[in-house]
Design a protein around this ligand. Structure first.
Ligand code: AOF
Ligand code: ZN
Length: 376
C-alpha cells in the first residue's frame, strides 16, 4: 500500500508521541501493581501538546485523567494519545471513556488493547459509538512489551517470572568451594539493582541466602523502592543474622506447614514485615512452584525476579515456569568441571530434548554481555 505525505506525517507524529507516552509510563514501572503502566498526552486541535500524565499507583488517577485536566479547554477537538486502550469500567476510579467523551476529544490513538476482560475492546467500542476516531495498535508490540507483567497476570493471574543469573564463559556460577562473588562486573551489578527496582518481588533460595548473604534490596538508585523478598526456606535454615532480615521491606518466607510455633515466632521477631507462606505438600524436599506463583499472584505480585542458584534455575526451567531468562556472561573462565554450572537438572539423553530459548535482546554492559532470552 502506498501512503501519501499527509498520512506519512500522521503516522510519524502518532509514533513520536506514542514513544513519549511509553517514556511517561516507564516512570511508574514497578509502582502500579496490579495495574498497568500508562502514559497519556493530549494534542490540541492544532496538534500542539497541551497536557500529559501518567498513572502513579493503583487507586490513583488514570493517566488520561491527569493529561485531560492539564489540557483544560484545549481537549475540545483535540487528540488523546495513550499507550493502553482507555478503560470503560468503574474500578477503583471512574471510567476514562466517559471523561474522554465529555472533554470533546475528537480522536484517540492507543498502542494496545487492554487484556483486562472488563475493558478489552469495550473501551474502543464505546469511543467509536460516540463518533470518536480511534487509531489502535500504534507501536503495538512495544506497548505490549512495556506492560508484559500486567498482561501475563491479568490473563492468567500468574506473575511474569524472570530468571536472572551471572555466569562465566564456561557456564559456571561458583567455584567448587562455593565462592561466587563476584562473577559479573560492577555495571552488571548496577543493572541488577535497576531490575529489582521495577520487579514486584525478588525470589531466592535459602542456599543463596546462606552462601551470598544478599540483602535483595535496591541500592544506588534515586527514588527507588524495595521489592518484596520471597525466600524459599522449607527447613528454616536461614540464620537470624542474615542480611535479608536487616531490612524492613516485606519478606515472604516460603516454608513447610509443620514447623513448631516457637520456630516460626523466632523468625517473626526478626523483621516487622515478615510473613510466612506455608506449604502442606512438600514432595522430596520440593514445593510446587506453580502453586507458589499462584499465591503470589493473589497478593498482587505481577512480576518476580528469580535470583537463582543452579537447582532453583533447573526446577523453574524444567517446569516450564520461566517467561524470561536474563543472563549476564562475564568474560572469565573457571575451567574446572567440579565448579558449579548455572543450571542443574535431570540428565537429558538426547540433544533434541534440551530446553530451548530464543534470543530476545542483548547488550554489552561494562565488560559483560547481558542476554535476554525467552522460551521458544
Ligand atoms: C487506563 N489508564 O492509567 C490505567 C488503566 O481500579 P482502576 O479504576 O484503577 O482500574 C484498573 C484497570 O484499569 C486496570 O486493570 C486496567 O485494565 C485499567 N488501567 N487504564 O486506561 C490507566 N491504569
Ligand atoms: Zn482509565
Amino acid at each position: 500500500m502506498q501512503i501519501n505525505q499527509e498520512q506519512f506525517n500522521d503516522i510519524t507524529q502518532a509514533e513520536y508521541y506514542m514513544r513519549e507516552c511509553f517514556e511517561l509510563a516507564k516512570k511508574s514501572l514497578g509502582r502500579t501493581s496490579p495495574n498497568p503502566v500508562v502514559g497519556a498526552i493530549i494534542l490540541d486541535k492544532n496538534g500542539f501538546p497541551s497536557g500529559k500524565g501518567y498513572h502513579k499507583a493503583a487507586g490513583a488517577e488514570h493517566a488520561e485523567v491527569i493529561a485531560i485536566r492539564e489540557a483544560g479547554e484545549k481537549t475540545k477537538g483535540g487528540t488523546l494519545i495513550v499507550n493502553l486502550e482507555p478503560c470503560c469500567h468503574e474500578g477503583r476510579t471512574p471510567p476514562c471513556t466517559e471523561l474522554i467523551i465529555q472533554s470533546q476529544i475528537r480522536e484517540v490513538i492507543f498502542s494496545c488493547h487492554d487484556a483486562n476482560p472488563l475493558v478489552h475492546k469495550k473501551g474502543e467500542g464505546i469511543l467509536l459509538k460516540n463518533n470518536i476516531k480511534v487509531y489502535s495498535c500504534v507501536l503495538e508490540s512495544e506497548g505490549i512489551e512495556l506492560n508484559k507483567f500486567f498482561f501475563k497476570w491479568v490473563k492468567s493471574k500468574l506473575p511474569w517470572v524472570t530468571l536472572k543469573q551471572a555466569q562465566t564463559l564456561d557456564g559456571k556460577v561458583a567455584l567448587s568451594n562455593k565462592q561466587s562473588k563476584w562473577i559479573s562486573g560492577e555495571f552488571s551489578g548496577k543493572e541488577v539493582h535497576n531490575l529489582r527496582n521495577i520487579y514486584d518481588a525478588v525470589l531466592a533460595g535459602a542456599r543463596t541466602v546462606e552462601i551470598d548473604n544478599p540483602e535483595l534490596t535496591v541500592r544506588g538508585i534515586k527514588n527507588s523502592r524495595n521489592p518484596a523478598r520471597v525466600i524459599i526456606d522449607l527447613n528454616l535454615i536461614t540464620k537470624p543474622d542474615s542480611n535479608i532480615y536487616k531490612n524492613d521491606s516485606v519478606i515472604y518466607l516460603v516454608t513447610r506447614a509443620d514447623h513448631s510455633r516457637d520456630k516460626l515466632d523466632n523468625y517473626l521477631r526478626l523483621n516487622n514485615n515478615l510473613k510466612f507462606i506455608q506449604f502442606p505438600e512438600v514432595t522430596k524436599g520440593k514445593i510446587n512452584f506453580k502453586h507458589l506463583f499462584e499465591e503470589l499472584g493473589k497478593k498482587d505480585i505481577l512480576s518476580i525476579l528469580v535470583e537463582a542458584g543452579p537447582n532453583l534455575a533447573g526446577e523453574l526451567i524444567s517446569g516450564g515456569l520461566v517467561d524470561e531468562y536474563i543472563l549476564f556472561i562475564a568474560p572469565k573462565i573457571f575451567g574446572d568441571s567440579t565448579a558449579l554450572s548455572s543450571v542443574q537438572m535431570k540428565p537429558l539423553d538426547n540433544i533434541e530434548n534440551s530446553y530451548e530459548f530464543r534470543l530476545f535482546d542483548y547488550k554489552s554492559i561494562g565488560n559483560d554481555l547481558m542476554l535476554s532470552l525467552r522460551p521458544k
